[in-house]
Design a protein around this ligand. Structure first.
Ligand code: NAD
Length: 485
């Protein structure tokens, strides 16, 4: 069995009300292999009328799903977790084919993504309200937690499995139904995930999937509908802002997991070898196509050259190629646009005085590849440090004092992930408290964990996924006043 076989032909379609079906208008669109642009397969191209049918199914299933015992809801997730892990290799290969990441990397995402189902299978039975005494006496104050209702999930292409499970897991656990619209570049993994949940016994209508090439038409249709009560979006800040504006008419609850511009700060007291090791993970996870990717390396001037040379050596040794080939460390980027944008940012930085330690070029096609690259002496106002790079390029700038490092790290509109390397405990506390980011990794390049609250501040969005906070996004509170004489 291999990746594409995981997704039986009849499941390469819309999933609505427990049925796999073609789009009402009959259209389909191809899913491409980013390593060579060839067509892997095609899927149904859903339109507004399909989105409405999906919401009909979700709204129709809401009441009975909310009334399903929490243990039963949790057990569906637990069975799906086990089914995914049993077929982890196939899930990894499918994801690698449509998205480009190496199979080894994709296996990491399968384990990380499936863990949200295990975590929330355990949280399903721990949703509780409160019983308290009115401070003035007499009345008791009770709170009841209820599922928020039918949800819309819109997910990006870079983590095709985990960005789905982070939303579906808590929603299923809380008793919500949902319509999921995966990225058009990587719809296959989400369809395979829906198959796993169906096989695990998820009742018809709880989860509905609409694949489409016309995302705005789907979200506009659904968000104009008063039955939709919640939207959770992972993707770019630009699109996130469009959706937040759109939510005003029906006042849907929103969760926004948006772009990042993570600083990676290496202080003079850091273990430089450990920092290089962490940098490889923080920068190269997913070929740099991660919202948590280290985007700006701020390195103390006394260790910058040593750090740059060691990082350059490690980056230069990476093998670029097809994600499914043995021995390949870095797969293709998602498309030509990504390569062009990175090429232009690197060129601009070099023209402004940055030194290329290693890489710097996009190899000839076919496929959308970029060499792992390290740049030293990057100007603090360069585009490459102001924008999300979303590729395998590490721009390094230097600083002289702790205050300067913090000030520069915070001087971005984003506030998602940040990384700090230091051996000084007092500094660890000072800097963690001063950084305006939703997540801080201390002496580690890997912060993602289903048991931790993932999310950002400022233009990186709001809301948290994973941990105890993750299920809160799917619960409403009703307060009951109960006078006692
Ligand atoms: P994107 O915003 O272009 O697309 C995300 C999703 O939105 C896709 O499903 C797309 O089809 C859909 N979409 C696009 N335009 C839309 C519109 N006008 N209305 C409704 N839906 C629309 O982002 P992308 O390129 O797929 O993903 C990369 C971005 O996602 C990066 O900025 C990255 O930082 C961010 N991201 C954030 C997190 C996080 O947890 N904070 C995680 C992964 C990726």
């Amino acid at each position: 069995m291999s990746g594409l076989d995981l997704l039986e032909p009849h499941r390469r379609s819309l999933f609505i009300g427990g049925t796999w079906r073609e789009a009402a208008a009959g259209g389909r669109f191809p899913v491409l292999d980013p390593a060579d642009g060839s067509t892997l397969t095609d899927v149904a191209d859903g339109r507004a009328e399909d989105a409405r049918a999906a919401l009909d199914a979700a709204a129709g299933a809401q009441e009975s799903w909310a009334a399903t015992p929490p243990r039963e809801r949790g057990e569906v997730l637990r069975r799906a977790f086990e089914a995914i892990m049993d077929r982890a290799d196939d899930f990894a290969e499918l994801m690698s084919l449509e998205m480009g990441k190496t199979v080894a990397e994709a296996k990491g995402e399968v384990a990380y993504g499936a863990e949200f189902f295990r975590w929330f299978s355990e949280e399903a039975v721990r949703i509780h309200g409160r019983w308290m005494h009115n401070p003035a006496g007499g009345t008791r104050l009770l709170t009841i937690r209820k599922p928020v209702g039918p949800c819309l999930f819109i997910t990006p292409w870079n983590f095709p499995l985990a960005m789905g499970t982070r939303k579906i897991g808590p929603a299923v656990a809380a008793g919500c139904t949902m319509v999921v619209k995966p990225a058009e570049l990587t719809p296959l993994t989400m369809l395979a995930l829906a198959g796993a949940l169906q096989d695990a016994g998820l009742p018809d209508g709880v989860l509905n999937i609409v694949t489409t090439t016309t995302s705005p038409a789907i979200s506009e249709t659904l968000m104009a509908d008063a039955r939709l009560r919640k939207v959770s979006f992972t993707g770019s800040t630009t699109v996130g802002k469009v959706l937040v504006r759109q939510s005003a008419d029906q006042l849907q609850r929103m969760s926004m997991e948006l772009g990042g511009n993570a600083p990676f700060i290496v202080f003079e007291d850091a273990d430089v070898d450990a920092a290089v090791e962490g940098a490889m993970i923080a920068k190269m996870r997913n070929m740099g196509e991660a919202c948590t990717a280290a985007n700006r390396f701020l390195v103390h001037e006394s260790v910058a050259v040593e750090f740059a040379e060691k990082l350059g050596e490690r980056m230069g040794a990476l093998r670029v190629g097809r994600g499914q080939e043995a021995g390949v460390d870095v797969g293709p980027l998602i498309d030509d646009k990504a390569v062009e944008s990175i090429r232009s940012m690197v060129n601009d930085a070099v023209v402004a005085g940055a030194r290329v330690v290693v890489g710097g070029q996009a190899p000839e096609g076919p496929g959308h590849f970029f060499q792992p690259t390290v740049l030293l002496d990057v100007q603090s106002d360069a585009e490459i440090v102001a924008q999300e790079i979303f590729g395998p390029v590490a721009p390094i700038a230097t600083f002289a004092t702790e205050e300067e490092a913090i000030e520069r790290a915070n001087s971005t509109e984003y506030g998602l992930a940040s990384y700090v390397y230091t051996r000084d405990l007092n500094r660890t506390i000072r800097v963690s408290e001063a950084l305006q980011f939703g997540m801080v990794g201390i002496n580690t390049g890997l912060i993602s964990n289903a048991a931790a609250p993932f999310g950002g501040m400022k233009h990186s969005g709001f809301g948290r996924e994973g941990s105890f906070e993750g299920i809160e996004e799917y619960l409403e509170t009703t307060y009951v006043a109960l006078p006692v004489s």
